[in-house]
Design a protein. Structure first.
Length: 331
C-alpha cells in the first residue's frame, strides 16, 4: 500500500466520520415534532422556539466565552436571524397553517436552493450528483410525508418557502464569512441573536409562559441541550469543513427521522408509498456524497484538510482581539 493511497484512505475515513457527526444534527431535529407534540404545552410555538434558542446560546457562551468584534456584531445578528430567529418563526407559521407533510415537502427544497445560490455566494459549483440528489430527495420526501387530502394555504406556503430560503442563505453566508472563532462560539452568538429576536415576539403574540410540569421541563431540556445546542454545534462544525451543498443535502434526514419515530413511538402506520419515499431519501443522501468519496480515493478534490476534519471542537476561547478578528483561523 503506497503512501498516497494510505493518505487518501485516511482522508476518506476522516470525512465520513465528519459526515456522520454532521448528519446527527438534522436527525436530531427530526425528533422535534415528537417531543413537541408529546411533552410540550400546546399552542406555544414561539415559546418553544425561544426556549430552544436563548438557554442554548447562554450555555454555549459559558462553555466558549468570547464576544464579537468589529463587523462580527452585525454578521452574528444576520446569521442569528437567518439560521435561528427568522427561520424558527417562519417554520412555526408554516406548521400552524399547513399540514406537516406539506411543510416538510416545501422545506425539502432547501438543498436545491443552496445549490443554486452557492456559485454566487461562496464560489462553490455543486456537482451534478448533488443536484440529482436534491431532486430525488424532494420526490422521496413527497412520498414519505405528503397526504392526498393535504390542503394548501397561501400564507403557510409563503412562510414555508421563506423558512427554507432563510436557512439556505444562513448556511451560505456562514460558509462565506468564515468566522474566526470555533463552532461552539459561533453557534452561541447565533442562538443569542436569534433568541433576542424571538423573545419579544413570543411575549407579544403568546403572552407570559404558562406553569410548567415536569414533563414540559423535560421536553424543553431535551430541545435546548440536544436538539439545539449540541445539534447546531455539530451542524456548523460540519459546514465549516465540508462543501456547502453536501451539508445542506443532509437536511433530508429530518423528515426521514420524524416519520421513523412516528412509526416507532406513536405506532403510526407506513404505507408502501412511504417506504418507497424513505428509500429515495436514503438514496439521495448517499448520492449527494458520491463525488466526495471518489475524490478522496484519488487523494484530492473538495475535501477538508485532515487536521481540520479530525480535531475536536474547542470548549473555550478568549476574547478576540482585532488582529484575531481580521485573521480567520483555519480549522
Amino acid at each position: 500500500m503506497d503512501l498516497a493511497y494510505r493518505f487518501a484512505l485516511r482522508h476518506t475515513v476522516l470525512v465520513l466520520r465528519l459526515l456522520f457527526w454532521t448528519a446527527l444534527a438534522p436527525a436530531t431535529w427530526g425528533s422535534t415534532y415528537l417531543v413537541t407534540t408529546e411533552l410540550l404545552p400546546p399552542d406555544r410555538p414561539l415559546l418553544a422556539a425561544t426556549s430552544r434558542a436563548l438557554p442554548a446560546g447562554l450555555l454555549l457562551l459559558a462553555l466558549a466565552p468570547a464576544r464579537p468584534r468589529g463587523v462580527w456584531w452585525g454578521r452574528a445578528a444576520v446569521l442569528g436571524t437567518l439560521n435561528i430567529g427568522g427561520f424558527f418563526a417562519l417554520l412555526f407559521v408554516a406548521a400552524y397553517r399547513l399540514p406537516g407533510g406539506v411543510a416538510a415537502l416545501v422545506g425539502a427544497v432547501q438543498p436545491l436552493v443552496v445549490a443554486a445560490l452557492a456559485p454566487r455566494l461562496t464560489g462553490e459549483r455543486p456537482a451534478r450528483t448533488v443536484l440529482v440528489a436534491g431532486v430525488v430527495g424532494l420526490f422521496g420526501v413527497a412520498l414519505l410525508v405528503l397526504r392526498p387530502d393535504a390542503s394548501l394555504d397561501p400564507v403557510g406556503l409563503l412562510a414555508a418557502f421563506g423558512g427554507a430560503l432563510s436557512m439556505a442563505l444562513g448556511i451560505l453566508l456562514t460558509k462565506r464569512w468564515a468566522a474566526p472563532v470555533p463552532p461552539l462560539t459561533l453557534t452561541a452568538w447565533q442562538l443569542l441573536a436569534g433568541g433576542a429576536l424571538l423573545l419579544p415576539l413570543a411575549l407579544l403574540v403568546e403572552g407570559a409562559p404558562p406553569a410548567m410540569s415536569a414533563q414540559n421541563l423535560a421536553g424543553y431540556g431535551y430541545l435546548t441541550i440536544i436538539g439545539t445546542a449540541l445539534a447546531y454545534v455539530l451542524w456548523f462544525r460540519g459546514l465549516r469543513a465540508l462543501p456547502t451543498s453536501r451539508v445542506a443535502a443532509l437536511g433530508l434526514f429530518s423528515p426521514f427521522v420524524a416519520t421513523f419515530l412516528g412509526w416507532l413511538v406513536l405506532d403510526q402506520s407506513l404505507a408502501v408509498g412511504q417506504l418507497v419515499g424513505a428509500g429515495l431519501v436514503v438514496a439521495a443522501l448517499v448520492l449527494a456524497q458520491v463525488k466526495m468519496r471518489r475524490r478522496a480515493r484519488a487523494g484530492g478534490g473538495d475535501l477538508p484538510p485532515a487536521r481540520g476534519v479530525g480535531e475536536t471542537v474547542e470548549t473555550s476561547t478568549p476574547t478576540l482581539t482585532q488582529k484575531d478578528a481580521a485573521t480567520p483561523r483555519h480549522r
